[in-house]
Design a protein around this ligand. Sequence first.
Ligand SMILES: C[S@@+](CC[C@H](N)C(=O)[O-])C[C@H]1O[C@@H](n2cnc3c(N)ncnc32)[C@H](O)[C@@H]1O
Length: 286
Amino acid sequence: MNRKKKWKNISNNNTLLSLKNKYLDEFENKNDFYELIFYIKGWTKSDCIIHEIDTFGLEEEEKFVALFEGLKTKPLQYLVNEAFFFGNKLFVDERVLIPRRETELLVENVLNDKNEYATYVDVCTGSGCIAIAIANSKKFEKIYVADISSEALEVAKINFATFDTKAEVLQGDFLEPLIKQNIKANLLTINPPYIDESDPNVEEKVRNNEPHIALFAEDSGLAFYKKLFDNLESVVDTSQKFKVLCEFGFKQKNEIKKIFLDSGLPYKLNFQRDYSTHWRYFILTN
Ligand SMILES: C[S@@+](CC[C@H](N)C(=O)[O-])C[C@H]1O[C@@H](n2cnc3c(N)ncnc32)[C@H](O)[C@@H]1O
């Protein structure tokens, strides 16, 4: 059947099973089908098995088809203005990067750490996803977040209000707001932009929709790590126990190690892998 005709043929009395028979083959990425079902019905992929013969109403099917069409050019999270991160449903739009699952590993590491840290700072905060997940599960005396993009910070503020996260919001270039105000972190999380602008592996949907300021960095994507190591002792309280967690691109481990060794910093650098066993973030401690 030709696709246009099929879309027009929206009918009532559908079940999930009939919807699946009708549309699943149209999805290049079959997971997108289940993402849509989750958004519309709140059913996970495994829930779908028990709900196969449950009703899927006319309005729900129309919503489903509209989102399917939108998905051809935009990520679902921007179409529905929500993204899940560490179990939190966050507001997102084109002003911020869509939080990625591998970034949750930084949060997990912090929450498994029994040490106490008085001042927590999240730099390159974007939607505020990392800061919210950490701040709402661990006690701090003071929390700061920073980003260069005032547009991104507007989104972060929406999420901080939703989750009642008490963070002081700073706008400025990377570590500068901290240096200017002499803020020294005991715990610092950073997910900086780290992709080389010419990287041919960036998916078209990502390049066309997500903020370039959130994706790309100079020096083959390494610019922020150099700045971090150069300024570490100005933004971290090294007189006490500290921890810095920072995400990076999966091919950047060796370069980061070299930048760190060249910096001569007398601290411990520990690399961690992600769910796909790619090197994904580092932890710097004293
Ligand atoms: C990879 S995104 C991370 C967003 C969020 N923390 C997350 O994990 O989803 C990088 C963020 O860094 C911000 N950014 C880019 N350049 C920056 C700079 N020079 N100083 C501060 N923030 C910057 C972007 O606006 C974006 O919000």
